[in-house]
Ligand binder design. Sequence first.
Ligand SMILES: [Zn+2]
Length: 278
Amino acid sequence: MAIPREHFAELLTQVPLGEERSFDHCECPAGMDTRRRLRIRNTDRAYLIYCFNCGGHSVVPHGTRSYIRTIKELLADQKELETKGLGDTVMPGGLVSDPRHWPVKAQAWVGQYITTTEAIDNEITYSHDWQRVILPVYEDGKLIFWQARAVHPGQSPKYISVKGVPKPMAWKHSSNKKWQGCIVIVEDILSAIKVSRVVDSVALLGTSPDIDCLSERLKEYNYVGIVLDPDAAGTTKSIELHKRLSLVCRGKVIRWLGHTKQPKEMDNAELEAIPRGL
Ligand SMILES: [Zn+2]
């Protein structure tokens, strides 16, 4: 969602070139922001504006002609929102879809987990505006969510999620039919992509999931494995999830498949071993 220009116009002069400042997003549609969640970065090309409260964003390129173009884009954006309904997810700007044209750091981060083909198939992209790898979530061909992962030194926080839309789960179907009827629950998108080399997978995206929604979608499966991150938080979450799913998913085999690695870090042999534990 585009942030109206009047929300930040007066703040732009307070951000020197090459720097970043945080402000309260006073008219934030997500509710009053008193924690300076409106971030404005002044790059050599443009002001990049993002609100960590409402997920709204805006880009104001430097120079008069670009400024007019930006306003046009914002108006188009607004029109698009009106026709498609509020809450539609829009990808961040400056996307580079071909991983071979990404900065080396971005290629290296993604490349340590998945192949270039997997990145392209799952429409993982890089945003020059954000200087981050964009991990999108599509449902029935429609973009419903994305996360922007830091890949350059000094970037914080590690993940930024598009706000203003409910955090979904990311479902990845496997083309391997050997383990039909089985599904593995993981934490993050890359882990789901990785596990789907072998068996269907769903990423909870780090949240405590909506159990009703999850159990509804699990109906088509007989075996459900849980492989969350091997840290303390992941372990607590796995036990909790196992308990709750066992209560609502009657007649299914539900197993917590503890492991010493995150699924995205596993090699093919380790991935193939996962459904054998079900
Ligand atoms: Zn806001």
